[in-house]
Design a protein around this ligand. Structure first.
Ligand SMILES: [Zn+2]
Length: 501
């Protein structure tokens, strides 16, 4: 490989990463500390840097360089940093260059109007206020899909691939359709069983006490506060401007302590992932993982680990110490059952582990139908409500608690939602492999020894950043492509026991 060209590539990618980090930090500040009066100037500053990033990212000279280098990596090990940096950046360049900058600008211009319209529509629970904006955004996405291109005949594939390379409607629906009847059956069986009491999670739990517990738990799991911090925001998120600076946020409900703690564990999962990137990959253009792989880590820590009986045994004395006097006499079993209570509900972000999948399938089906013209935007509310009744047995009383609940469709192309469920599924697949390779894992969790678990995940997942696609990562980490079987087996075993099915 021409090392002079390769070094030029690294220099260009490093500049892109540093500028990207600046906007990332501005976006974090926007949601955490920025005074409200700065909204307009901040948006302009970020748009300027965003435009520079896009221009630099589709610079024809970069394309020429990448194409030349890509012709020279045949002899290199596929897994090597050098081959991966060239391969992945060439792939991403070819995607980005198909979308003219004016189309990107037009889409974000439309989003700038659609997002406040969505917020107003949700506040008034009136879909008709958002409908014309969503119709326009959907038209633009169909146009984007045509520009990006798709071989399958389904324009939704172009959007899916935009979020996670290699994802197609056929691949996802194959996995989801295997899961759907089993989930519906499990949810029905649970609804007929004796219900679980989660009273132990409710009461009076001041913010400071909750944040202190969140910091203790995140730190114990391996999230480094030397390279991170925990703050408050309206919606919890993780912001990584580099592996050396990875910030997480949460929100606090002072009457329900599990809500914030589980979201801290979720974001700490994302945070650990970003902090444990191989430092050689920073600034290489392949530092960020795909969304499904990313979500597999947050959900592994939150659900597979954080809602396990072994974890509850470690957590309980720490929670009792944080919330002095309010959890006295509570048993590990009571806490475990409370954290795993299943209750069909209207709102995705509040859904439990079992019903969550149905919220995602509903969105996946509707996105595909809307992009393919099988369902009109105007009919989304009825289609939404009908599926909620069919899948979960609950019907939204209004659009705010139905089709308008998520911000996603007002601010980004469709195709994001499926990665949430694929991530949950992959977390269960990893757990299967981990238990075979590390038989003592449960005992370590009970003892609060998380370093071995996190080191295993770092070796299989975290350090690689975005070097590999989701199917590649799955093969390398578990010996299998992404599959739904471990997920279904995990849910059946766990909830069959909790609910005595
Ligand atoms: Zn997440």
């Amino acid at each position: 490989m021409d090392m002079q060209k390769y070094n030029e590539l690294k220099m260009r990618m490093a500049r892109l990463a540093d500028l990207g980090a600046a906007t990332g930090l501005m976006a974090w500040d926007q949601q955490v500390f920025m005074p409200p009066g700065a909204a307009e100037t901040r948006a302009r500053q970020m748009a300027t840097i965003g435009g520079m990033l896009h221009e630099m990212g589709i610079d024809p000279a970069l394309g020429t360089l990448l194409e030349a280098l890509n012709g020279q990596i045949g002899d290199l090990d596929y897994d090597s940093d050098e081959a991966s940096i060239v391969r992945v950046n060439w792939r991403d360049y070819q995607k980005a260059v198909r979308i003219p900058p004016e189309k990107v600008a037009a889409f974000f211009g439309a989003v700038g109007i659609a997002r406040p319209a969505w917020a107003e529509a949700r506040a008034k629970s009136d879909f008709s206020l958002f409908q014309p904006h969503l119709e326009r955004l959907v038209d633009m996405q169909i146009e984007l899909a045509e520009l990006i291109g798709y071989e399958s005949g389904n324009p939704y594939d172009a959007l899916l691939d935009f979020y996670e390379t290699g994802l197609t409607y056929e691949l996802i629906s194959g996995v989801f359709s295997a899961v759907k009847p089993q989930l519906v059956e499990l949810i029905h069986a649970i609804s007929q069983a004796r219900q679980v009491d989660d009273g132990v999670l409710h009461g009076s739990f001041p913010q400071d006490e909750q944040l202190a517990l969140g910091r203790t738990v995140a730190g114990a799991l391996g999230y480094s506060f030397n390279h991170g911090r925990l703050d408050l925001s309206v919606h919890p998120f993780t912001s990584a401007s580099s592996h050396a600076d990875v910030r997480i946020t949460t929100r606090i409900d002072e009457t329900f302590w599990a809500s914030s703690l589980m979201s801290v564990i979720h974001e700490a999962g994302h945070g650990i992932h970003a902090q444990r990137l191989d430092p050689n990959l920073y600034g290489s253009g392949v530092s960020a993982p795909g969304l499904s792989v990313g979500e597999s880590q947050s959900r592994f820590y939150e659900n597979v680990l954080g809602r396990s009986r072994a974890f509850c045994a470690w957590l309980l004395p720490r929670a009792q110490e944080a919330f002095r006097g309010r959890l006295d006499g509570v048993s590990v079993e009571t806490l475990y059952r409370a954290l795993n209570r299943v209750q069909p509900s209207l709102i995705r972000v509040e859904a439990d582990e079992v019903t969550y999948g149905m919220h995602i399938m509903l969105r996946f089906e509707l996105e595909n139908a809307v992009i393919n013209g099988q369902v009109k935007v105007a009919d989304l509310p009825q289609e939404w409500d009908a599926r909620m009744e069919q899948y979960l047995g609950v019907v939204p009383p209004d659009d705010a608690q139905g089709v308008l609940q998520d911000i996603h469709w007002s601010q980004s192309p469709m195709g994001y939602f499926p990665t949430y469920l694929l991530g949950s599924m992959f977390a269960a697949q990893l757990w299967d492999t981990m238990q075979v390779e590390r038989p003592g894992t449960r005992a370590e969790i009970e003892a609060g020894q998380f370093e071995g678990i996190t080191a295993w995940l770092t070796d299989k997942i975290h350090r690689h950043g975005g070097k590999f696609t989701f199917p590649e990562i799955a093969e390398r980490a578990t010996g299998h492509p992404p599959t739904s079987e471990p997920y279904i087996a995990y849910l059946r075993a766990k909830y069959g026991e909790v609910y005595g099915l």
